[in-house]
Design a protein around this ligand. Structure first.
Ligand code: SAM
Ligand code: SF4
Length: 464
């Protein structure tokens, strides 16, 4: 299967690009229509460097984010179940030859304990993450972890959605995984630049560039409605990566009638015993990173963009306005990191060192102070609004009308069950303000007020 046309990307990048302010403004005007922009137009935006014009690119991204998603940010936590790995990705602390790393495979009891800690802090959505080796039980281990996570129930809380970021599977294995009622299967290509890929993945199954590239296609074949893709920025020229990512999206749309549900934009972070992670061959500056997020938001307006705690609190704040729709918060990147609460800098089995160490409640306080509703909502998945159905809902802008109230309910539940008095006050203040000024329909306003009363009265898991 041909997905990436390397020569085409090189020709585009090396060719002469005729751009003008007027031309860029035309592209931005097209972007504001919320139907996305094409490959060539993305290339032109990626070359915008003049401060004033760049500000117009950012303003367009902000407009699109607001039109489609409103001021809502979906929150999740990664749950690392194992850091064993047969691969040798030179940038990752989990690589098989790294003797400095403390190895750990969680038992099912420990998976349950980790889940309890996340629930006790207010999380409802987790991303299950593992290195690429399950020594004794094979893939069965991942299945058991999913069952364990879903089975944990606290009086007012349970995990309502698990997304999964594990090694590429065969179509048959994807079919089995799909039976476990997970949400998105997520896999990052790391770099789409094949030659660079070969140099950075030096042993194990992950050496096979195409096996990884075609994984999300196999996931669709295996019955998944939603897949997530991503790039690990810092490994190759980011302009190359973005054009290749768009080619990948186009191929998915042509083959399955739908693109990825999410795009993740991790930047390389320092990892234990990895020189390259400290000295990325193609570092992405903060300025370029902002541009990447904004251009992606304009190019694929209905695809969620995920930002993790690899980034600092400051960068995360800036990125929310530019198009990020989902973030992880209060994260640990080592198996057992939540229950032992080890500082991640202790080298105790973390995949990389995090940029944002704040606990969930602090992140929420910050999000609210910046006018965003933190959402733990999982209504769509549980009502079967996934894949093409989700996109149909999203396209006419309805996502805002469903997701905003549902996000508000999930936040009100958080405020009732976990927040201190100060956060409760500012949180309900924001909910009232957004309901008053951000919801046009009077019936919807009433429904929101009604449902909040129910939540204050003790009802939980309210969504429509
Ligand atoms: N082992 C599986 C894999 O490689 O796809 C799944 C999980 S892996 C733990 C999740 C992601 O972490 C990788 O896809 C990679 O992009 C990212 N990662 C690895 N090392 C990193 C580093 N030093 N800094 C930032 N992200 C890193
Ligand atoms: Fe293993 Fe994934 Fe790390 Fe590569 S990125 S060494 S496959 S855990």
């Amino acid at each position: 299967m041909r997905i990436i046309d390397h020569d085409k990307i090189l020709n585009e990048l090396n060719g002469k690009l005729e751009t003008s302010k007027a031309g860029i403004r035309e592209i931005l005007a097209k972007g504001r229509e919320l139907h996305g922009i094409d490959y060539r137009e993305v290339l032109e935006l990626l070359h915008v460097d003049e401060a004033g014009l760049l500000e117009e690119v950012f303003a367009t991204a902000r407009h699109i984010k607001n039109e489609i998603y409103g001021n809502r940010l979906v929150l999740f936590a990664p749950l690392y179940v194992s850091n064993l790995c047969n691969n040798e990705c030179v940038y990752c602390a989990f690589r098989s030859s790294n003797k400095k790393l403390a190895r750990k495979v969680l038992t099912q009891e420990e998976v349950g304990e980790e889940t309890e800690v996340l629930l006790s802090r207010g999380h409802k959505r987790v991303l299950l993450v593992a290195g690429e080796s399950y020594p004794d039980e094979g893939l069965e281990y991942v299945f058991k972890c999913i069952e364990t996570i879903y089975s944990v129930r606290l009086p007012k809380a349970n995990i309502r959605r698990i997304n999964v970021n594990v090694a590429p599977l065969s179509v048959d294995e994807f079919k089995q995984l799909h039976e476990y009622k997970i949400g998105t299967y997520q896999l990052f290509q790391e770099t789409y630049h094949e030659e660079t890929y070969g140099k950075l993945h030096i042993a194990g199954r992950k050496r096979d560039y195409n096996w990884r590239l075609e994984a999300v296609h196999r996931a669709f074949e295996g019955g998944f409605d939603d897949v997530g893709i991503g790039i690990l920025f810092g490994l190759a020229d980011w302009r190359y990566e973005i054009l290749a990512l768009l080619q990948h999206i186009n191929k998915l749309e042509k083959s399955y009638g739908i693109g990825p549900h999410t795009i993740s934009v991790p930047r390389l972070e320092p990892a234990l015993g990895s020189d390259i992670s400290r000295n990325p061959p193609y570092p992405v500056s903060d300025a370029d990173f902002r541009k990447i997020i904004a251009v992606l938001r304009i190019a694929v307006p209905y695809t969620g963009i995920i930002l993790s705690t690899r980034e600092s609190a400051k960068m995360r704040r800036e990125a929310f306005g530019l198009g990020i729709s989902q973030i992880s918060a209060g994260s640990r990147a080592n198996p057992g990191g939540y229950m032992h609460n080890e500082p991640e800098e202790s080298d105790a089995g973390s995949q990389f060192f995090l940029g944002d160490h704040r606990p969930l409640q602090e992140v929420i306080r910050d999000i609210v102070a910046h006018g965003y509703i933190p959402s733990f909502c999982t209504g769509c998945y549980r009502l079967g609004r996934v894949g093409g159905d989700f996109m149909d809902l999203a396209r006419p802008g309805l996502i805002k009308n469903h997701c905003l109230p549902n996000g508000i309910y999930s936040f009100a539940e958080y405020l009732e069950d976990y927040a201190d008095d100060a956060l409760k006050k500012s949180g309900y203040g924001l909910i009232n303000e957004i309901t008053r000024n951000g919801v046009a329909d009077d019936g919807m306003k009433l429904a929101i007020r009604d449902n909040i009363e129910k939540i204050i009265g003790g009802e939980r898991d309210v969504y429509f």
